[in-house]
Design a binder for this molecule. Structure first.
Ligand code: HEM
Length: 368
């Protein structure tokens, strides 16, 4: 039997490395003989963000690890869901703590702002790692002045973020996992044929609603019907592979056709016990994506109040740049927008018995 390694008693201060953490708030304003009271808050809040970013990366790495395997057990999906849940709770704190920063007024900020140039949250390496690990692609990034974000970083940091750009992201591994889902194969029955018919019925009903709407004029009805054609055409993303691929080429859709179909099936048949965890996983990914977007908008609003139309200390066009990234830097938008293709439970094609059996849980009753 192996003997357990004995360990000395721990001292709170040392175990948490507080000596280091509590002694790394150096006020640059003080150094230059113009001490600004609020710089302490400014430093501490950024440090807290970076600590939470570290925890988020730790959780994302473990989820990436789970999904990088060829075979993923049901219980592991549950673990991934609970780790993403933790990320989500941290993100809520990240959004909330902007209130604390806002107790610093724009005049207080001006007392030390110029000492910071050209440093900016724009240079947060961990923030870029989170973006890349989630799956934000280089082609989808909004750049300012035509320069890549990494050129604003020091050499060793550049190497770190560039390595994360070319590694598998959460988007990549989840897409592959979706493509492998066994229930995509429905044997002899053609689910998609039945689904297309159910969609056609639903859309016909919607069209009828517009036509019989007494509050609309003839011209308004024609306009609404024309608009509705766009919704009808959007079903091609799931129903027509050629149309889907064209949208992918135009960068209007990202998830592969197979993965899109699998994700939609999970959403449609989420009541099946075996789809419970996959359904929650997809929901959590959309939550994480949405909360980052919310943080981006919240940060942009705070910045707009703090510096108005001034440029950022990092040199960007400030709020305008931040609003653009908030709108553009989404990773799991496709999964969120799959709700376009949901049809009512009452119209759902019946699952073939064999598929239902494969999806359900079975309990073997032991007889003595
Ligand atoms: C007085 C408070 C703050 C102001 C005025 C401010 C301003 C700005 C501005 C103008 C930018 C755009 C880049 C630039 O030109 O600098 C930016 C980017 C950024 N800031 Fe802040 N910021 C503040 C606080 C924070 C805090 C507390 C964090 C937390 C880590 C943060 C994280 C970021 C990040 C991650 C970016 C890059 C966003 C992207 O590229 O999409 N900022 N900030």
């Amino acid at each position: 039997m192996s003997k357990e390694k004995s360990h000395p008693p721990q001292y709170y201060q040392d175990y948490l490395g507080l000596e280091k953490i509590l002694n790394c708030q150096h006020l640059i304003s003080k150094e230059y003989g113009k001490p600004a009271h609020d710089e302490m808050l400014f430093i501490i809040i950024h440090q807290i963000y970076e600590l939470w970013f570290k925890q988020i990366l730790f959780e994302l790495d473990s989820v990436l690890d789970i999904f990088s395997k060829d075979e993923i057990q049901e219980s592991h999906i549950g673990t991934a869901v609970s780790r993403l849940d933790r990320v989500i709770e941290i993100q809520k704190i990240l959004i909330d703590q902007i209130h604390v920063l806002e107790t610093m007024t724009p005049m207080d900020f001006l007392d030390f702002r110029d000492f910071l140039i050209p440093a900016s949250g724009f240079q947060s390496v961990q923030f870029r790692l989170i973006e890349n690990k989630l799956g934000l692609r280089k082609v989808d990034r909004y750049t300012y002045g035509g320069t890549d974000y990494h050129t604003h970083l020091k050499e060793p940091d550049q190497a770190k973020v560039l390595a994360s750009e070319s590694s598998q992201s959460l988007f990549d591994v989840v897409e592959k996992w979706l493509e492998r889902t066994p229930f995509l194969n429905w044997g002899e029955t053609s689910f998609w044929k039945e689904y297309a018919q159910a969609v056609a019925d639903m859309l016909a009903e919607d069209r009828q609603l517009i036509k019989t709407n007494k509050t609309l004029s003839k011209t308004e009805k024609e306009k609404h019907l024309m608009e509705y054609e766009k919704t009808e055409a959007s079903f091609g993303v799931v129903l027509n592979e050629t149309q889907h691929n064209k949208l992918v080429q135009e960068r209007k859709w990202r998830l592969s056709h197979k993965a899109t179909q699998a994700a939609l099936l999970i959403l449609l048949y989420r009541d099946q016990p075996i789809l419970y965890n996959p359904y929650h996983l997809l929901t959590k990914l959309v939550d994480v994506d949405e909360l980052f977007t919310t943080w981006r908008y919240r940060h942009a609003l705070m910045v707009s109040r703090m510096i108005g139309r001034k440029i950022g200390t990092g040199g960007s066009i400030g709020t305008e740049y931040l609003n653009k990234t908030a709108d553009k830097h989404r990773v799991f938008r496709d999964i969120g927008e799959l709700t376009t293709f949901l049809i009512p439970r009452s119209a759902l094609p019946q699952l073939p018995q064999e598929v239902e059996n494969n999806l359900g849980f079975f309990y073997h009753v032991q007889r003595n």
